[in-house]
Design a protein. Structure first.
Length: 225
């Protein structure tokens, strides 16, 4: 999945069909050279029917905007997505979304349009971000025939880099979202709810950024995947 450069954004904008994806691509993105505190972000999480982006579907989306180092709770949103199949039992046990609840959800294209409007001009934050990146891009492909290139911060990748740099032994489970929020003494929100996990990812990013911030200019590029 390509990481969006400004030249690439303009090139894709000219070729995208009219609609939310084209509108998203019309907005310039923050420069990687900008101070990370002057940048806007969108922390996002998805709940899905499984982990295969080619076959599984998005069930819910949660997101919240960050204005630099501040989380704007007034922007927090949670949307259920209507799907055309039964939810696998193993998946429902994890995220607690039932077939009846999913039936009250909105169409994927409508939800995706709102997500892209919130994401325009911002950097996306997610934990283990290949999941969100892959599912969102696949959804855009289904709706508008084009994938979704992004400028992206992955809080799991940042944690991995920090632990390796400090030569701290760790196992895979130590990189899970709620293990890391405990490490940073952050509030514990309910797991496997898209909005709660988006908020946890936002708080984790700010804690990780504060750890690196020595009061001097710290570029966005320090955090990008």
């Amino acid at each position: 999945m390509p990481i969006l450069t400004d030249w690439g954004r303009r090139w894709r904008h000219r070729r995208a069909p009219p609609g939310p994806l084209r509108d998203y691509l019309a907005q310039p993105l923050p420069s990687p050279r900008a101070d990370y505190r002057a940048v806007e972000y969108l922390a996002i999480d998805l709940e899905t029917t499984g982990l295969d982006q080619r076959q599984d579907l998005i069930l819910s989306v949660g997101y919240v905007v960050l204005h630099g180092p501040e989380i704007d709770l007034s922007t927090a949103r949670h949307h259920l997505v209507r799907i055309d199949r039964s939810i696998p039992e193993a998946s429902a046990v994890i995220h607690q979304i039932t077939d009846d609840q999913a039936a009250t959800g909105r169409e994927l294209e409508d939800v995706l349009g709102e997500v892209l409007a919130a994401l325009a001009g911002r950097v996306m934050i997610a934990h283990h971000a290949s999941i969100e990146q892959g599912f969102l891009s696949q959804a855009c492909q289904r709706c508008w025939g084009r994938g979704l290139p992004l400028r992206l911060v992955d809080t799991q990748t940042l944690a991995h880099r920090t632990l390796e740099r400090r030569q701290i032994p760790f196992k895979a489970s130590d990189l899970r979202l709620h293990a890391l929020t405990s490490r940073y003494n952050l509030p514990r929100h309910g797991a496997h709810n898209a909005l709660s996990d988006a908020l946890s990812a936002a708080e984790l990013f700010l804690a990780q950024a504060a750890y690196r911030d020595d009061g001097r200019r710290l570029r966005l590029s320090e955090f990008l995947c």
